[in-house]
Design a protein around this ligand. Sequence first.
Ligand code: SF4
Length: 466
Amino acid sequence: MLDELIGTDRLHEACGVFGIYGHANAANVVYYGLHSLQHRGQESAGIVAADHGRFNVHKGMGLVTEVFINGNGELSGDVAIGHVMYANQKSTVIEAQPLVFKYRGGTIALAQNGALINAPMIRRRLEQQGSIFQTNSDTEVIAHLIARSRYDDLELALQEALAEIKGAYALLVLGEDRLIACLDPNGLRPLALGRIGDSYCFASETCAFDLIGADFLRHVQPGEMIVISQNRIRSVQVAEEKPALCSFEFIYFARPDSNLTGTMSVHQIRKQLGKQLAAEKPVEADLVLGVPDSSLSAASGYGEALGIPFEMGLVKNRYVGRTFIRPNRETRTRDVKLKLSVVQKVVEGKDVVMVDDSLIRGTTSQRIVRLLRDAGVKSVHVRICSPPVVYPCFYGIDISSRDELIVAQKTIEQIRMFISADSLEFLSVDGLVRAITGGPDLSSGGSGLCLACFSGKYPVPIDQQS
Ligand code: SF4
C-alpha cells in the first residue's frame, strides 16, 4: 500500500485477526495466517496458544517476521489466536494483541479488529467504579465487561458484554476450552470461517486460508457468535443482523485475492469499480496508470472499458523499509521518488489517466501528479475509484475529523488545481454500490454496505459514542 511509502495521506486499517481450534500446531498455523493479513496492520503482532488451560503468549512491535524471528515453535497448544495491529493511537507493546486476562472464570485471550464508539463512556464508568485499565485498547473494555458479568459461563458473559458495546468489532475470544468468534450487528469488518482437516479457523480475510490450505466455508454473519468447543461448532445469533460492511474494504483495505462477498474476489470487484468509473467519467487518453498497489485492478478495469491500454507507468520500491525516517518538508519530494518511480519511457509525451482508489488529504495525488509531469507527460487526468470522502469514520479507520478531508474543505475544481491535474473526477455513490453488489444504490439501508464516510449516514448512530 502506498500510504506506508509516501506518508499519511491514506486511510489506515485497524487490524487483522486469525484463530484456529483443534490443530496440533495451532500457533504455527496462526503465524502463517498472520503473514497473509500483514497488510491490515504492521505496528505489532502477537499469538496466544492455549495448551490444556495454560496460555502461551508471544507478541511485540513490528512485522510478523520481526516479532517471530525464530518462528513460533515455543507456543504449544491446539487452540490459538493471533493479531496484527495498526493502532489509531500511539501504542506500545502493552497494547499489542491478543490481550490476556485472568478473571474468576479462568484465563481468556482477546483479539479484535474494529473500534467501539462507546468504549470511552464505558471505560469512564468502570473507572469510577474502581476498575484499573492497563491499556488504551477498546478490547480491554470488553474483557472488563466479561469479568464483571453476572454470568460465570464465558459464552453468556460475552453475550452480555456484546449487548453493551456499540461500533465495529470482529472479535476472537480464546477460552480455556473453546474458541469464540463474534461479529458486530452491522458486520462492519470482515470475518471468515474456514476449515483445514478437522480444524475450524477464522480469519479477517480469506486470503489467509489460501496460504495455510484451509477451505473457506462462509463469512461470519453480522450479529453472529460462533462457538467451537469439543470439536463441535455452534452458531448463535446474538443480535439482529443489519449488514453494513465497510465499503473501503473493497476499495482499498482488503487484499485483491480475498473474497468478501462469497462470489467475486476483491480484484474482480475493483475491476468493476474501474469499469463503472469509466462509464461515468470517461476521458480520451493514450494510456491508463494505476497507483500501486491498491489501484491497479481498478485501473485495468477503467482501461479495458474504454479500450485504452493499461500500462505499468508507476513502480513502487518494495524495499524501502518501514524504519525509513519520515521526511521533513525539504526532503519530501526526494522521499516520494525514493518510494515511487515513473517509467519515463512509458509516459513521456502521453495523455495519461491516473487511477487512484481514494483521495483523502490530496497530498499524495499532488506528489504523484508532479512526478508524472516531471517525467514529461502531456496531460494527467485523475480518476478516483471511490466517491468523495466527506465525513469521518468512527469505526476504526483513522479519519477522525472533517478537517483532515480535502473534499470537506475545497471544491472539486479547487482540488484539481491543488493537485495540478488536467481533470479530476470521482465515482458516484450509486456507482460504487452497483459495482460492489451488482445492484442499484439502496444506501438508505439496503445495500449491505457502510457508506458513511461518503454519505454521512452512519449505520451505528454516532450520538452513541463517548
Ligand atoms: S465510515 Fe467509511 S471507512 Fe468507516 S466503516 Fe464506514 S465505509 Fe468504512
